[in-house]
Ligand binder design. Structure first.
Ligand SMILES: [Fe+2]
Length: 261
């Protein structure tokens, strides 16, 4: 369970994990994980979800994106707090926190068709439970609480610039991967600056794994598979599932830390 020094940084703490009855459990207790995360270590719950379920979810997301028009640029989605939407951010429109990704924001999961709503709710509820147990919080999935976001960083240029979030009130961030190392994504990953040094999860954040990090640690997504031509119709690249509080998101609009992961 101890992080180990390596030449170019610090290794994350990887814990064997699984899902049972809608709960993610691991070889460490929630209290032990909370202790590691509050020290500033990066914890990865390995195989928290089965890879087959993750790939099915990705296919459902792609189907949903084909069935629903993209949210237009030039209008703030914040004006539609209960909307489920997706949008391709290709980097042309400048952002406080530069990025290239296809984002899905599910504000009202119960309004989604079953093929996408059912897995979205199961994943979001498992992550919400984990978030609350480890951070000692009590956030619901709701219009004033947490919402589910999925970020697809395409091969050939997907990235997110370094940023950090306020520690309170969310305290921790969770990032679930829907991508297979070496198959969907070869280079590029979520990287952190921790009190002990930089942590790069390129070799450790595989499909079904959940990264847990202290929310105020600077982090970024390095460019995904730079040697590939970007194709928004391809599902190659890095897929991240996160939970976020709208109040954190609102801060990003004031030039404060950005809300994506
Ligand atoms: Fe983030």
């Amino acid at each position: 369970m101890q992080a180990t020094d390596q030449l170019d940084g610090i290794l994350p703490v990887c814990l064997k994990s699984s899902s049972r009855d809608g709960k993610v459990i691991s070889e460490a207790s929630y209290e032990e994980i909370a202790g590691l995360v509050s020290e500033g270590q990066i914890v990865i719950l390995k195989s928290a979800f089965e890879s087959g379920i993750m790939l099915e979810y990705r296919a459902a997301l792609r189907r949903w994106a084909q069935d629903n028009a993209t949210f237009p640029h030039g209008t703030s989605p914040s004006a539609f707090p209960d909307l489920n939407f997706h949008r391709i951010d290709d980097g042309v429109i400048k952002s406080v926190c530069p990025h290239v990704f296809h984002q899905f924001a599910f504000n009202t999961i119960e309004e989604l068709d079953e093929y996408i709503g059912k897995p979205s709710l199961e994943i979001a509820e498992s992550m919400r439970s984990l978030q609350n147990r480890i951070a000692g919080t009590d956030f619901p999935l709701s219009l004033t609480g947490l919402r589910l976001k999925i970020l697809h960083y395409p091969s050939g240029g997907g990235f997110l610039a370094e940023h950090s979030h306020p520690l309170e009130p969310q305290r921790i961030g969770l990032i679930l991967s829907l991508s297979r190392i070496g198959m969907d994504v070869r280079t590029g990953a979520t990287c952190f600056l921790t009190p002990s040094g930089p942590v790069d999860t390129t070799d450790s954040h595989d499909i079904g794994d959940i990264i847990i990090f202290r929310y105020d640690l600077p982090h970024r997504v390095t460019t995904i598979d730079e040697d590939t031509t970007l194709d928004w119709n391809s599902d190659a690249g890095k897929w991240s599932v996160v939970l976020e509080l709208r109040e954190t998101h609102a801060l990003s609009h004031r030039g404060q830390p950005h809300s994506a992961s």
